[in-house]
Write a protein that binds this ligand. Structure first.
Ligand code: SF4
Ligand code: SF4
Length: 486
């Protein structure tokens, strides 16, 4: 996957900026270059995140090598396979449960007896495995346990796609229930929070996360009363567990092309589900090191207010629609969080100019069909100054469209939510290094010129005066009329 490199630390002085912005605005102001930038954005190479390696790399031309018959040969009467005996994992497990030295083959179920009578060499191998190999493996595993603890934890984490126990109270569900290969019950001694943070970030990326950040968990972001239980009593305030010390934020973008075709064709489910699986797996990995971990997965099960934790973890800044804008993906980012007591080195928040840009831009407010996004400034909410969205108006609009559930137009229209091509990277660099604020007006104007959308009223369903419109054309694979007669 292409790495994401954005130099957001470097600040220009006024002279340097004017020089850079002069060049950049000459480039950005050209319709031709804008067109090439738009075209570049359609290239799968510019996708950021998991899409970069799905489909685009399937480059072998199968049509040229297609043949009329499968390349296996049928030479007799066929028979369906019996999973009890022919699937080695199943046969071994049945064999080990049933075998007794005093009864031998006669003590096994009939189908196993029949199988081993036909394949005595398999009986020898299965007996060798049970009597010699497995005991040696268990004893050597204990001896060399630590050398392979990370590879074991990673492998097991990959299989952990369901938080079976997260409906128990945190003091029960968040802690490791057992240690593999007879290891100690106390946590592993990690060398340093810095090294551990590097490890956790690398593992999160390996598990599929596009962005990762770490925050010290601010208890202000834990819900006062639980949303969906998860081991808390519904009518009692949550007593923030002491082991929720750190929050590891992971996440992935929604599929880009349907996302641009919101409100009727995109879905948050794709990215939320990917991020959810990453969080389950990461929690499993951490638990296998002996520490507490709980996945919080928006869309389904979480006990935290997520956006401010993204800000604390240095992933982005709050934008006008009150969701977080990241430098790499804009607000096309669906996060999940793992709370843990694994000692980590928290990241610092970032400031790449969103607060100022949103004051000028307001494109999301102009395009929001429901009027849920304010054109005004921030307001105080529970002691913090923030943009506040009218969630009831927003949800009513979700119920005013006929396609995929939700809206996400504020994601699709945001100038920050653009694929990683040179045009958008240049615009981002100009915006975040501008000490004058002039570029905010210029870039907002360019965005409106190159990416206009329909009149917001047209997004509504016809019975409410709309036209079932979408911001962009849906991708070919979501155009029902091209596949289904109606
Ligand atoms: S999701 Fe749609 S209705 Fe809701 S705030 Fe965003 S643009 Fe407005
Ligand atoms: S569309 Fe403009 S105002 Fe809205 S979040 Fe994006 S940058 Fe901010």
């Amino acid at each position: 996957m292409k790495s994401i490199k954005l130099n957001i630390g470097k600040k220009f002085n006024r002279r340097q900026f004017l020089k850079a912005s002069g060049l950049a605005s000459a480039a950005l102001g050209s319709t031709g270059l804008g067109f090439f930038g738009y075209e570049a954005g359609k290239n799968p190479e510019s996708y950021t995140g998991w899409e970069n390696f799905e489909g685009a790399n399937q480059s072998f031309n199968r049509k040229r090598k297609s043949v009329d018959h499968p390349t296996y040969e049928k030479i007799g009467s066929s028979q369906r396979p019996d999973a009890r005996t022919e699937v080695i994992f199943q046969r071994r497990s049945l064999f080990m449960r049933q075998w007794k030295d005093d009864t031998g083959l006669e003590g096994l179920d009939d189908y196993l007896q029949e199988y081993y009578r036909k394949r005595p060499e398999d009986l020898d191998l299965d007996l060798y495995s049970m009597k010699e190999l497995m005991p040696k493996m268990m004893s050597d595993s204990r001896k060399y346990r630590q050398k392979f603890i990370l590879s074991n934890a990673w492998s097991n984490a990959m299989g952990a796609v369901s938080p079976r126990s997260t409906n128990e109270p945190p003091e029960k569900s968040d802690f490791p229930s057992r240690r593999r290969f007879g290891g100690p019950t106390e946590p592993e001694k990690m060398k340093s929070p810095e090294l551990t943070s590097n490890l956790i970030k690398k593992i999160a990326h390996e598990l599929g996360s596009t962005l990762v950040g770490i925050a010290k968990l601010n208890p202000d972001w834990v819900y006062l009363y639980p949303m969906r239980g998860r081991g808390f009593e519904q009518d009692k305030p949550i007593d923030v567990p002491k082991h929720w010390e750190y929050a590891v934020v992971v996440g992935t973008p929604m599929s880009w092309d349907p996302m641009y075709a919101n409100p009727n064709y995109g879905t948050s489910n794709d990215a939320y589900s990917r991020s959810r699986i990453i969080a389950y797996r990461l929690a499993s990995f951490i638990k296998q090191l002996g520490y507490a971990a709980r996945p919080h997965t928006p869309g389904t099960s979480y006990d935290l207010m997520v956006p401010p934790i993204l800000i604390d973890a240095g992933l982005g800044e709050q934008g006008r629609p009150s969701i977080v804008i990241t430098p790499e993906l804009g607000n096309n980012f669906r996060p999940a969080i793992v709370t843990t007591n694994l000692p980590l080195n928290p990241d610092k928040p970032i400031d790449f100019g969103v607060q100022r840009f949103c004051k000028t831009c307001k494109i999301c407010a102009e395009n929001c069909p429901s009027g849920a996004i304010s054109f005004g400034g921030k307001v105080e909410v529970r002691g913090y100054l923030r943009y506040q969205v009218d969630t009831a108006k927003c949800l009513n609009f979700w119920n005013s469209t006929l396609g995929s559930m939700g809206c996400r137009l504020c994601v699709a229209v945001c100038p920050y939510t653009r694929k990683a091509n040179w045009l958008h990277k240049t615009a981002l660099k100009v915006s975040m290094n501008d000490p004058t604020g002039v570029s905010d007006w210029a870039l907002t104007g360019l965005q409106k010129r190159f990416y206009p959308g329909p009149d917001p009223q047209k997004y509504y369903m016809p019975s409410l005066g709309g036209e079932n419109a979408s911001y962009r054309e849906p991708p070919w694979w979501l155009k029902a009329e091209d596949f289904i007669e109606f």
